[in-house]
Design a protein around this ligand. Structure first.
Ligand code: COA
Length: 321
């Protein structure tokens, strides 16, 4: 059995926050943000949490795939910003959409999360354990961003993307490679908010995203092309035969540099970072949904999905549509 993606969906909160809006709260400018990152605006939730966004993306993916919630037997959500420590976002989504026959759980791999979740669903479906799953990437990063830190707050946005995957005799997810390097955990992190207990005496303190931007940049432009090259070599696929590289949307310059290292033109690397910023686990499925709905990916097309982020983690998946 193989795992085929049969439907996609996405959701972004209605509220648009422009670079000029941010220039009113921190010392920055539209010009700095655009030239350093490619971001023009982002969506910030003033209401819906991670699970509500994820459930809406899931509903759209199910509609796109022509299936109902009771057909789903597996829900895996990649998120770093679950609304609760427990229950998981996947269980919340299950309740919201009425997927009464499913089992749900979350995966934490930050901005690489969707690839990790897709890999888990693919392995379980190949093993014959499940037939039809929802793979979701959803994040509400605006609630863990330090809105006084201009070096991070301009980068992120909120959103969710989802894919319906199904056991199939046809080719689908061809191969996935994942990696992590916990020695570099401190480069990009957000401390948990509830710390300590009555023995330690520590008071709970809010944790915010902190990042060594240039370290992340260097890691991404080295690891992602390496990972894609290994993925293609292992699966005997020529980069020429891949229609799109659907990369995590963290920075336009990172994607340009990846394109240069792989010697491909930016036509092969679709981008939507200008409109949404970095929505972490959601960027890849949101972009995938956009391309699918615009009819840009046709049956038989091969695409590579690739992500990188905190952990540090990275991963790439070769998928035949
Ligand atoms: N507006 C204006 N100036 C800013 C700024 C902002 N929002 N953020 C930082 N600066 C300033 C810095 O203070 C620094 O000023 P200084 O030279 O006076 O000290 C200057 O801009 C350059 O900062 P630097 O950090 O060297 O910029 P950079 O070119 O590395 O760009 C990032 C910063 C964050 C855009 C870039 O490093 C990056 O994108 N890294 C990857 C981050 C990422 O993708 N993270 C998520 C991964 S999942």
């Amino acid at each position: 059995m193989r795992t085929k993606i049969i439907g996609t969906g996405s959701f972004a909160p209605a509220r648009v926050v422009t670079n000029d809006d941010l220039a009113e709260i921190v010392e920055t400018s539209d010009e700095w943000i655009r030239t350093r990152t490619g971001i023009g605006q982002r969506r910030i939730s003033d209401g819906p949490g991670t699970a509500v966004m994820a459930a809406e993306a899931a509903r759209q993916a199910m509609e796109n795939g022509g299936i109902g919630p009771e057909d789903i037997d597996l829900i895996i959500t990649a998120t770093s910003t679950s609304d609760y420590c427990f229950p998981s976002t996947a269980c919340e989504v299950q309740g919201m959409i009425g997927a009464v026959n499913a089992v749900g759980y979350d995966i934490s791999a930050a901005c690489s999360g969707f690839i990790f979740a897709l890999n888990a669903a693919d392995a379980l479906i190949r093993a014959g354990m499940y037939q039809r799953g929802l793979v979701i990437g959803a994040d509400n990063l605006s609630k863990i961003v330090d809105w006084a830190d201009r070096s991070t707050c301009v980068l992120f946005g909120d959103g969710a993307g989802a894919a319906v995957v199904e056991a199939s005799r046809e080719e689908g997810v061809i191969r996935t490679i994942l990696g992590s390097d916990g020695c570099k955990a401190s480069v990009l992190k957000c401390q948990s908010r509830t710390m300590g207990n009555f023995l330690t005496g520590d008071k709970p303190e809010p944790g915010y995203i902190s990042m060594e931007g240039q370290e992340v940049f260097k890691f991404a432009v080295k690891k992602v092309p390496e990972c894609i090259q290994n993925l293609l070599a292992d699966s005997g696929t020529d980069l020429k035969d891949v229609k799109y590289l659907i990369l995590h949307q963290a920075n336009y310059r990172i994607c340009e540099s990846i394109a240069k290292r792989l010697k491909v033109s930016m036509d092969k690397i679709p981008m939507n970072i200008e409109r949404y910023g970095n929505t972490s686990g959601a960027t890849i499925p949101m972009l995938l949904d956009e391309l699918n709905r615009e009819g840009k990916i046709k049956p038989g097309d091969k695409v590579v999905l690739a992500g990188f982020g905190a952990g540090l983690t990275w991963g790439a998946s070769l998928v035949q549509w």
